[in-house]
Design a protein around this ligand. Structure first.
Ligand code: SF4
Ligand code: SF4
Length: 174
């Protein structure tokens, strides 16, 4: 029984003379190629060019800091629990005296990693975070040939001063 109405029976009849010499088939293929030369290309020259993304596009993760530059993450683990891809791992540590300017809460993530090869960019980690410590940015994941490159560490994701400024500007305009 056919599952769809799109199945086509394989034609096993002997090849005709024109099929045996291949030239009509080659010309047919060339005609299709030539017809596309004058059309607007459907592709872009990524990464030099990018398409406009949807307003709800979710890209690379950013770990947030507060207004004083202190890390917001308290290593509570809720983001890892909410992650359907089990892409997040972390190790918590106690803040030591004198580190108040680095970490906002008494507990912080000494290690925080996201395996971007597992991540499906669903945004659940952002939704689950009670501290506004993680969000998905508009940056597209860069390609690479090495798998270990895709395990992003805390240092790779912590928000930079420029990103803080850009975020503030965006919030002011909104
Ligand atoms: S975006 Fe989704 S899949 Fe990716 S780390 Fe966050 S919760 Fe996991
Ligand atoms: S990012 Fe948010 S949810 Fe995840 S461990 Fe840090 S504070 Fe908790």
């Amino acid at each position: 029984m056919n599952l769809t109405n799109r199945s086509v029976a394989v034609d096993r009849s002997p090849m005709t003379f024109s099929e045996k010499i291949y030239i009509p088939g080659i010309l047919k293929g060339l005609k299709i190629t030539l017809s596309h030369i004058f059309k607007k290309p459907a592709t872009v020259r990524y990464p030099e060019e990018t398409r406009p993304f949807s307003p709800v596009f979710r890209g690379l993760h950013v770990l947030n800091r507060d207004e004083e530059g202190r890390e917001k993450c308290t290593a509570c683990g809720l983001c890892a629990l909410a992650c359907p891809a089990e892409a997040i791992t972390m190790e918590a540590a106690e803040r030591l005296p004198g580190e108040e300017h680095l970490y906002r809460e008494e507990k912080y993530a000494a290690k925080y990693e996201i395996n971007m090869l597992r991540c499906i960019f669903c945004g659940n980690c952002e939704e689950a975070c009670p501290k506004d410590a993680i969000y998905l940015s508009e940056t597209v994941m860069p390609a690479n040939y090495r798998r270990d490159y895709f395990v992003y560490k805390k240092e790779d994701m912590l928000i930079t001063d420029e990103q803080v400024k850009a975020k503030r500007l965006k919030l002011q305009k909104a």
